[in-house]
Design a protein around this ligand. Structure first.
Ligand code: FCB
Length: 448
């Protein structure tokens, strides 16, 4: 294993963007600056939901250390930075008057990116639903479409003049299924009817916000979906794998591209979908300016006999794994990008997240993470293979800039290019960070 990547910037098309990604709740510190409570704050304070009951109250203290963090993004040679706004920080009541401290924080943050020559890629919703809206049913209530659109317009009117790109939602599968059916993320429901409604209302909220943003003059609008390379665990498990493929990889993408939901998913969800769902699909299909692809792993699915629909379970596979237990399969990324380029002909794609967690430790002031370098190297090779096959891939964002709050798994899972000490919060760039520097510097200003 080496400490550098086998790729050069010039191996990628002109204008290809390299970036790092984070999200608000995972790094900022929700206790600071008058942020309202989000459903993640309360989920974490409820016993049994998060490992060691860790919260995002302090997180990486990015709220106070943002300038140092942006310096690190720039010094790595990145062209772009993907970050999110904490909805509950900006609008503590979920709607109505913005929090002035939040406006000034995000103003400084966005200006700080521009001063450092980095393109701001904003995500409006990376999971911090204000508690006031959670109390009203959150993503299971059709009204979220309007709440989210109003919030999106507030962001656009305050910050839109300085954004390179806006994503409505991050990973609606996690917002809906992981959080309302599997119960593993806030609000921690295990309820198929709430899950079905959230599977639909994430898309209506996306679509209505997209239309409103466009009417307001916003440019470069997209959404970020997550994909896994799903395979049957054994012969006989094809049905379970097909159902999971429909729920995870096809539901959102096909609704956006084709205005329809896959039959294999409707089989279990149709009776729980909200009234008039078919009528919404035309709006949901409205054209995007780009699609974000989050990809980490392969997942093997098996039939779960005796269990109600979708009657599937995950099975541990034989491939090398990260500390998340996620199997590493870089070819799955090339395969997914190629499929998406067929589903969305001509649409610019970005890898908006890809990365690995590892057991990283500081020795003599350095963090050696050759496995992460190898992981990224192999996924960059997959990107190049997709580009060579004609996929309009425009950029790659590593998840994550720094070790952070990995949701229900707390602070143990280290995904960062930068090590963050759990106590002192000191930032230490890892070898993988230096590998990016080596590949990306000197940074030439984008030709667009
Ligand atoms: C994705 C999330 C991101 C992070 C990574 C590991 O599903 O978007 O916030 O948790 O996984």
């Amino acid at each position: 294993m080496t400490a550098t990547f086998s790729h050069k910037r010039t191996d990628f098309p002109d204008g290809f963007l390299f970036g790092a990604a984070t999200s608000a709740t995972q790094i900022e510190g929700t206790a600071f600056g008058g942020a309202g409570a989000s459903h993640w704050d309360t989920f974490a304070l409820t016993p049994g939901n998060v490992v060691r009951a860790e919260t995002a109250a302090r997180a990486c203290d990015h709220y106070h250390r943002w300038a140092e963090d942006l310096d690190l993004v720039a010094a790595a040679g990145f062209d772009a930075y993907r970050f999110s706004i904490n909805w509950a920080r900006l609008l503590p009541e979920g709607m109505g008057a913005p929090n002035p401290a939040a406006i000034s924080f995000y103003d400084r943050l966005i200006d700080g990116m521009l001063e450092r020559g980095m393109q701001p890629f904003i995500t409006l919703y990376h999971w911090d639903l204000p508690s006031t809206l959670a109390h009203r049913g959150g993503w299971a209530n059709r009204d979220i479409t309007g709440w989210f659109t109003d919030y999106a317009l507030t962001v656009q009117r305050r910050f839109g003049d300085r954004l390179a790109s806006t994503a409505t939602l991050n990973e609606p599968w996690c917002v809906a299924w992981l959080s309302h059916f599997l119960g593993l993320h806030a609000p921690g429901l295990r309820d198929i009817s709430a899950a079905a409604r959230a599977m639909h209302f994430t898309l209506t909220a996306h679509a209505e916000a997209l239309a409103a943003l466009r009417a307001e003059g916003a440019k470069s609008l997209g959404i970020v979906l997550n994909f896994e390379h799903i395979e049957p665990a054994s012969p006989g498990d094809e049905g379970a794998a097909a159902t999971e493929e429909a729920l995870f990889n096809r539901w959102f993408a096909e609704a956006l591209a084709l205005g329809r939901y896959p039959a294999e998913a409707l089989e279990g969800l149709e009776r729980w979908l909200p009234a008039r769902w078919q009528a919404d699909l035309d709006t949901i299909r409205a054209p995007l300016d780009w699609l974000g692809v989050n990809y980490y792993r392969r997942a093997l699915k098996a039939t779960a006999p005796g269990s109600p629909w979708p009657a599937s379970r995950e099975v541990e596979g034989p491939l090398p794994k990260t500390t998340m237990g996620w199997e590493i399969l870089p070819d799955g990324l090339a395969d997914r990008l190629t499929k998406l380029a067929q589903l969305f002909p001509g649409l610019p794609l970005y890898v908006t997240e890809n990365g690995m967690s590892a057991n990283d430790h500081i020795h003599d002031g350095a963090v050696a993470d050759p496995e992460r370098i190898a992981y990224v190297d192999a996924h960059l090779a997959a990107c190049r293979a997709a580009i060579a096959a004609g996929v309009p891939l425009k950029g790659y964002f590593y998840w994550s800039l720094m070790d952070n709050y990995e949701w229900a798994l707390g602070y143990d899972k280290r995904f960062g290019l930068i090590h963050v000490d759990s106590e002192s919060l000191k930032r230490t760039p890892k070898w993988s960070y230096q590998a990016f520097q080596h590949m990306l510097l000197p940074r030439t200003l984008p030709s667009r």
